[in-house]
Ligand binder design. Structure first.
Ligand SMILES: [Zn+2]
Length: 282
């Protein structure tokens, strides 16, 4: 075995940054950011940033998966011209993090009849899974960050928030008495398929402790007191594992079912639990 300096591992146009596995130094809770961005339109939303659908299936996405073509999940997308070139680059960089770690491929929409239309609307929000036809995903003001882009794209792939899992009461306590009036339903459970992946406090899909608080007191607290929730820096190994399991990305899974980074074999490695994959810079 030998050590390889990751800063020198490169592929054409891709540089893997040095903070390959990183703890969450940034205490910003993404959901708070999403919620504040969404406040004028939140009555159209479920859970703060999920567009309400009358036809969604409660099961995590039994019929709203994106199609697989030659082993790769194709998610066509369009970026509107409202984004600056820097913002477009950021969105594409965030998409690349899925390309490196999952069999999901965001591809420019051409003739496909279903696609994600990424707009600069009011707030950050998405539909859950493929709805059919054009489906908007908004990255409004304050939403074009790596973590928020990943968060909304994971919704579009078919996932609800982590704390809406059916087993969440084993892991978190909900304090409805501190929740803003009218927003209590954002803490409902959803019938989810957890894909045999452990509950993940660090998930990029988890609410933060103060989300939807009416009095600056906690609305959700981890039962495991050392855990922190609400990070919006980047997706975790379990976020990635769930995507790979939902979409049967077999070649991105270990034989024993554990996830391993796919950052240019043979330089694969695995981040310790609770740490996130590196961000990827071009
Ligand atoms: Zn969300």
């Amino acid at each position: 075995m030998f050590e390889v300096s990751r800063s020198h591992v490169s592929e054409p146009h891709i540089i893997i940054s040095t903070n390959y596995c990183s703890v969450f130094l940034d205490g910003v809770t993404i959901n708070s950011k999403i919620i504040s961005s969404n406040s004028p339109i939140s009555h159209y939303m479920e859970e703060g940033d999920v567009m309400k659908s009358t036809k969604r299936n409660a099961n995590v996405c039994s019929n709203c998966k994106w199609p697989k073509i030659n082993g790769l999940v194709n998610v066509p997308y369009k970026l509107t011209e409202d984004f600056s070139s820097d913002e477009k680059q950021q969105i594409q960089n965030s998409m690349s993090s899925f390309h490196l770690n999952t069999c999901v491929r965001f591809v420019p929409q051409s003739t496909q009849s279903s696609w994600v239309n990424i707009v600069k609307n009011s707030g950050c929000w998405s539909w859950i899974g493929r709805t059919g036809g054009r489906q908007d995903l908004s990255l409004g003001s304050g939403c074009v960050t790596h973590g928020i882009i990943q968060h909304e794209l994971i919704h579009a792939l078919g996932f609800w928030h982590e704390q809406s899992r059916t087993d969440r009461d084993l892991y978190v306590r909900i304090h409805l008495e501190n929740v803003l009036d009218g927003y209590q339903r954002n803490f409902d459970l959803h019938e989810t398929n957890n894909l045999n992946v452990p509950y993940d406090y660090s998930s990029i899909m988890h609410y933060g402790s103060l989300d939807f608080s009416r009095n600056n007191r906690f609305t959700i607290t981890p039962i495991q007191t050392s855990a922190t929730i609400g990070q919006r820096v980047q997706m975790t190994e379990n976020d990635i594992l769930k995507i790979n399991k939902l979409y049967d990305c077999d070649s991105y899974l270990h034989k024993d079912g554990e996830w391993d980074n796919k950052l240019g074999e043979p330089f694969t490695t695995k981040c310790p639990r609770g740490q996130a994959i590196s961000h990827i810079t071009r």
